[in-house]
Design a binder for this molecule. Structure first.
Ligand code: GTP
Ligand code: IMP
Ligand code: MG
Length: 359
């Protein structure tokens, strides 16, 4: 049984939180990280402690799972080793020997290049330049780096063997559909495709092996960096959105101030990036992008996170019937537009804050 968790909008949908829940609930044999590389920042909580992870699978929270990073994922060796230590996952974490390596020069180029940093608004983590070098076939691989030797394995062999043995495998993608190099808002995208099919490629399994694709959306749509955001909330259009007006009022009541309504909403909803600390742009749920991404990802289920931020009365609720009417209406509208059943509803940042309708 293989489950892929993938982002349905512009990244930061809360995939890390969802994976932390599935890791503890489903106890997969293998949890493998797919996606671009350390440009991702997943925030998760384990025993009340907050972790900002860029390389290690968020599924580390389940101590019984083996953790792997697939060959498609770029590896920053220092970042990887630091996270292995921080999470205490040595002995059960492995890298594919063919992961391409991010070097200092890639980070310098990413952070210093006007086009990448200013126009595209990259994370500066070196991913774009490293992927360019990989395509140029001059990038170093994990097997070329002595300090990574102890972690190296052949990930496809392990994962396919686990599947053949009837074990559960969870694949963590990163970023989101709107950032796909092929299907996103080019050129304001990342350096690789970000869809579920790519996650399978990253780990080395064929499409016939995938059982479930869970596309994750935040209850509203955020984006960080440059590029179009079709449902952006602005000073000019907020009067069309009664719910956003209500949230703005709550923010102001709580003393939050800012340059414009989007700034105030982002501060109030604590929408700040894990890697770059940049503020995220706040938008209403983007149904058009959401439904297109459900289709191209081949979603079999969808997950909606941060319901408690839009509907504070839903904070930490675990039963569907206890969600408020307006929250349930929002969920139904997303299901109708995407044509896919919402099976996981996240009501807080901790792993246990989840309504699970899968069974
Ligand atoms: P990328 O791989 O970078 O795309 O990130 P991600 O999808 O793992 O999301 P990220 O952790 O960057 O951002 C989501 C933020 O929302 C984090 O701060 C989470 O702790 C938080 N979060 C996730 N789900 C919920 C939820 O249901 N409620 C609340 N209040 N916070 C949530
Ligand atoms: P890069 O991936 O660092 O090259 O950045 C390209 C674009 O993707 C920029 O707009 C980034 O803000 C965005 N991006 C990359 N990774 C993430 C992520 O994990 N979450 C949200 N946005 C991301
Ligand atoms: Mg993130």
């Amino acid at each position: 049984m293989v489950t892929i968790v993938v982002g349905g909008h512009f990244g930061d949908e809360g995939k890390g939180k969802v994976i932390s829940y599935l890791a503890l609930e489903d106890k997969p044999d293998i949890i493998a990280r797919a996606g671009v590389g350390p440009n991702a920042g997943h925030t998760i909580f384990k025993d009340g402690i907050e972790y900002g992870l860029r390389m290690i699978p968020c599924g580390f929270v389940n101590e019984g799972s083996r953790l792997m990073v697939g060959a498609g994922v770029l590896v920053d060796p220092d970042c990887f080793i630091e996270e292995v230590k921080m999470t205490g996952s040595a002995g059960r974490i492995f890298l594919d020997k063919r992961c391409a390596i991010i070097e200092k020069k890639h980070k310098e180029e990413d952070a210093g290049d006007d086009f990448l940093r200013q126009n595209i608004g990259t994370t500066g983590s070196g991913c774009g330049p490293a992927n360019a070098e990989r395509a140029h076939r001059t990038a170093k691989l994990a097997e070329d780096i002595p300090k990574l030797k102890e972690y190296l394995i052949d990930v496809p062999s392990e994962v396919n063997y686990a599947i053949d043995s009837g074990k559960a495998v969870l694949l963590e993608a990163s970023q989101g559909f709107g950032l796909s190099l092929f299907y996103g808002t080019y050129p304001y995208v990342t350096s690789k495709d970000t869809s579920a099919s790519m996650a399978a490629v990253d780990i080395g399994i064929g499409p016939t092996r995938v059982t479930e694709v869970i596309v994750v959306y935040k209850a509203y749509t955020t984006r960080v960096g440059e590029g179009p955001h079709n449902t952006l909330i602005t000073d000019d259009n907020i009067n069309k959105y009664p719910l956003w007006q209500e949230i703005l009022k709550d923010a102001e009541k709580n003393g939050v101030t800012g340059d414009n309504v989007n700034d105030i909403l982002a501060k109030y909803l604590n929408e700040k990036g894990t890697v770059t600390c940049r503020q995220r742009w706040i938008g209403d749920f983007d149904y058009e992008l959401g439904s297109y991404s459900a289709k191209v990802n081949g979603a079999t289920q969808i997950c909606i996170t941060c319901l408690d931020k839009l509907f504070p009365e839903c904070n930490k609720i675990k039963e569907y019937d206890k969600l408020s009417d307006r929250a349930r209406e929002h969920i139904k509208k997303i299901e109708k537009e995407t044509g896919v059943a919402a099976t996981l509803l996240s009501t807080g940042p901790n792993p246990e804050d989840m309504v699970d309708l899968r069974k």
